[in-house]
Ligand binder design. Structure first.
Ligand code: TXA
Ligand code: MG
Length: 304
């Protein structure tokens, strides 16, 4: 855990419009002042990201969030239930929203999230700024769950990297569009559909697949493998298939939380090995397994 001096230094960089990578409970974020067009543009540049892709803005509190976005009853209920935590709410921008239009990719909605990680919260408090922060990877690459991953991706493109160790959740936040009457889950995460429905009397619909299609390792990913060839490396879940040249184990006991926390780190490790491809054992489509399978499907899809 970094000390107060580092947080002060990081805040100064942010106030000067520089970028700082910081840990959240989900993955590391690449943060910049969300009220500054220049700082937000720098984020796109550093990631090499296609411009018209909106960013999540991280805030200190629901009160702050309500200055930027219009919260209907369901949005308020969800925020009260799950903030701080791995939940992002897409809402209409307020009339005098001070956030850069670039975080909305020019649109009239904004994605807001109050993170739970103590270092992220300390940084938001010290900087006294809303922070636009996509995952701290180059565009099209796997989200970083350790400071070393961020260094690999963004060294030299970011003023500072705050090291908070490994991210506890390991998968990006659940993204829910609450602009309409019925909440729509745009990206599955560790806040599960059951949890969303409990706050939404009219129910909630799941509509993933609209978001980025490019969590891509360099090697080919083969999903739901029931066997493995000698030139393949294996991402195992439960008792590993025999015969792979290298194995990473998501969870020997079949624990989905453990698997989510390990997923991106292990994909990185496997991708670094020389191999004829990465075979992935089936992961059950229940609870967090839905979020894990969503990321795996994206990683296996042909690159955009
Ligand atoms: O866990 C997370 O959410 C991490 C940490 C750093 O907070 N952040 C993250 O950001 O994953 P990013 O930019 O990699 O993913 C944000 C997702 C994108 O798929 C984007 O399309 C969607 O949220 N998004 C952002 N603003 C949106 C908006 N106004 N409407 C619809 N989708 C939006
Ligand atoms: Mg991302």
């Amino acid at each position: 855990m970094e000390n107060q001096t580092d947080i002060k230094k990081a805040s100064e960089f942010l106030r000067r419009g520089e970028l700082v990578a910081f840990p959240t409970e989900t993955v590391y974020g690449l943060g910049g002042d969300a009220t500054s067009d220049m700082a937000v543009a720098k984020i796109f540049e550093a990631k090499g990201r296609p411009r018209f892709n909106p960013l999540i803005v991280h805030v200190r509190s629901l009160d702050e969030a309500m200055q930027y976005g219009q919260f209907n009853a369901t949005a308020k209920k969800l925020a009260t239930l799950y903030w701080p935590g791995p939940l992002t709410l897409v809402v209409q921008r307020t009339e005098n929203c001070p956030l850069s239009l670039l975080v909305s990719a020019g649109g009239d909605t904004v994605a807001l999230r109050m993170p739970a990680h103590p270092l992220a919260r300390a940084l938001l408090e010290e900087a006294e700024l809303p922070l636009a922060a996509p995952s701290a990877n180059r565009s099209g690459r796997i989200s970083p769950t350790e400071a070393a991953h961020v260094r690999e991706e963004l060294e030299g493109r970011v003023a500072m990297i705050l090291d908070g160790g490994s991210c506890e959740v390991g998968i990006e936040s659940t993204v829910i569009d609450v602009t309409g009457d019925i909440p729509t889950i745009l990206r599955p995460g560790s806040i599960l559909p059951e949890g969303v429905r409990s706050a939404a009397p009219g129910g909630a619909i799941i509509s993933p697949g609209m978001l980025e299609s490019h969590y891509a390792p360099d090697h080919r990913l083969r999903l739901n493998a029931r066997d493995v060839s000698a030139d393949e490396v294996l991402l195992a879940f439960g008792a590993p298939l025999m015969g792979a040249k290298w194995v990473e184990q998501l969870s020997a006991s079949g624990n989905l939380n453990e698997a989510a926390a390990n997923l991106f780190r292990m994909l990185r490790l496997l991708d670094k090995r020389e191999s004829g491809g990465i075979a992935v054992m089936p992961v059950p489509e229940t609870g967090l397994g839905m979020a894990i399978n969503d990321r795996l499907k994206r990683a296996a899809a042909p690159k955009a």
